[in-house]
Design a protein around this ligand. Structure first.
Ligand code: SF4
Length: 386
């Protein structure tokens, strides 16, 4: 098993996008940012334990709103291996030559740009604060700074989107040659502004058939352009550009998340999460209390289901040999009929003891996992890694 990863949640945003369900605050004053950094350092001090981390991911929120001094203080306090990879998310409106020079100096290896779209009308619909020109400019500036990997996030599945809209978006992305692309399907959460508009009948969500078409188009267009779709949403121009941090989530490698709403996993079966509210999180740390709000310990069956779900989200898929060592059950043997049906339907490919989802299979990754009959012997889970 590889070293654990460290996730730092930076909750600042200049405004709240109408579809956003993350833990964010719009108070980005210097005083608020200073207090955040102080609390974050306190949390790191109390929660890192003896672990050393080989990835550090600054996610948000908008990490590019925290000034380099704050990011640098967090980096210095983090217990990192030599050669640890550092990831930073940035919004296009924060990207200029000075900003990227500062991030380079801090040791950021992968810069992820929240581009979302190269079309002004889509950026307006999504309530983003940058323009299509700013998307392009940010990507050019980031590429010129020679980060190891420049990644972009795109959103598909917005109300009214046509296949041709998404094809154009993907073609624009390919033409600008980022090293990595993440394509996220828009989800409408009940408590967001989009959720309210949907309830009031003012917003019609795209149907599943169209969502599926758009999803497959991402894999076809980016695949044809040389991007390997190694996970449901993730495409890399070469193995060196795959997200080493996110792979920890899919491999059940331990990780520690710090900051409001951040999650942690011990690599075995225990998960915990911090309070979501920035102010509650800060208050706990001010009082020298733990900001952890909840914990769950997964039973064998839930753990196995989760492993299947995570692995079916990756093109590598599930290795039944390792699953048998870990859980003491030969799922391939006990699910022969299912596996052959899924294969006939073109949803999976089987090679030896490994079952990998096709692109159509990736589109229904969660339902692939839940179709399996699990039937575990009691208390059989033995190994923490895949
Ligand atoms: S920029 Fe990202 S985190 Fe901030 S409000 Fe928008 S979607 Fe949420």
């Amino acid at each position: 098993m590889s070293e654990p990863g460290l996730y730092v949640h930076i909750p600042f945003c200049s405004a709240i996008c109408p579809y956003c369900d993350f833990a964010v605050v719009t108070d980005t004053t210097a005083n608020r940012r200073e207090r955040y950094t102080k609390s974050l350092l306190r949390e790191l001090e109390t929660r890192q334990g003896p672990a050393v981390y080989d990835t550090l991911y600054f996610g948000g929120g908008t990490p590019s709103l925290l000034e380099p001094d704050g990011l640098g203080a967090i980096l210095s306090a983090a217990q990192l291996t030599s050669g640890a990879r550092v990831f930073l998310e940035a919004n296009p409106e924060d990207v200029d030559d000075d900003a990227v020079a500062g991030w380079k100096e801090l040791g950021v290896d992968t810069l992820t740009l929240g581009i979302q779209s190269f079309q002004d009308k889509v950026l307006d619909l999504l309530g983003r604060r940058h323009s299509a020109d700013a998307s392009r400019r940010a990507l050019e500036v980031a590429k010129a700074a020679s980060f190891d990997t420049v990644s972009i996030d795109l959103i598909f599945g917005w109300p009214g989107q046509r296949l041709s809209d998404w094809q154009r978006e993907l073609e624009d992305a390919v033409a600008l040659e980022p090293d990595h692309v993440s394509c996220y399907q828009l989800t409408i959460h009940a408590k967001t502004m989009f959720g309210r508009r949907k309830r009031e009948g003012r917003l019609v969500e795209l149907d599943d058939t169209m969502q599926g078409e758009l999803f497959r188009e991402s894999h076809h267009v980016l695949g044809a352009a040389g991007y390997n779709g190694y996970e449901v949403s993730s495409f890399a121009r070469g193995p060196e550009h795959r997200s080493r941090h996110n792979e920890k989530y899919w491999n059940h490698t331990p990780y520690l998340g710090v900051g409001p709403s951040a999650h942690a996993f011990d690599g075995r079966r225990s998960r915990s999460w911090n309070v979501r509210s920035f102010f509650a999180w800060e208050k706990h740390l001010d009082r020298d209390e733990s900001p952890v709000e909840g914990r769950e310990v997964l039973g064998d069956e839930d753990l196995l289901l989760e492993v299947l779900m995570l692995r079916f989200r990756t093109r590598e898929g599930v290795d039944f040999e390792t699953l048998e060592t870990r859980f003491g059950v030969d799922l391939l043997e006990t699910n022969r009929e299912l596996v052959s049906r899924l294969s006939d339907e073109g949803l999976v490919e089987i090679e030896g003891r490994r079952l990998s989802p096709t692109i159509d299979g990736l589109a229904v990754a969660d339902s692939l996992a839940s179709a399996f009959e699990l039937q575990l012997p009691h208390d059989r889970c033995q190994h923490p890694s895949l």
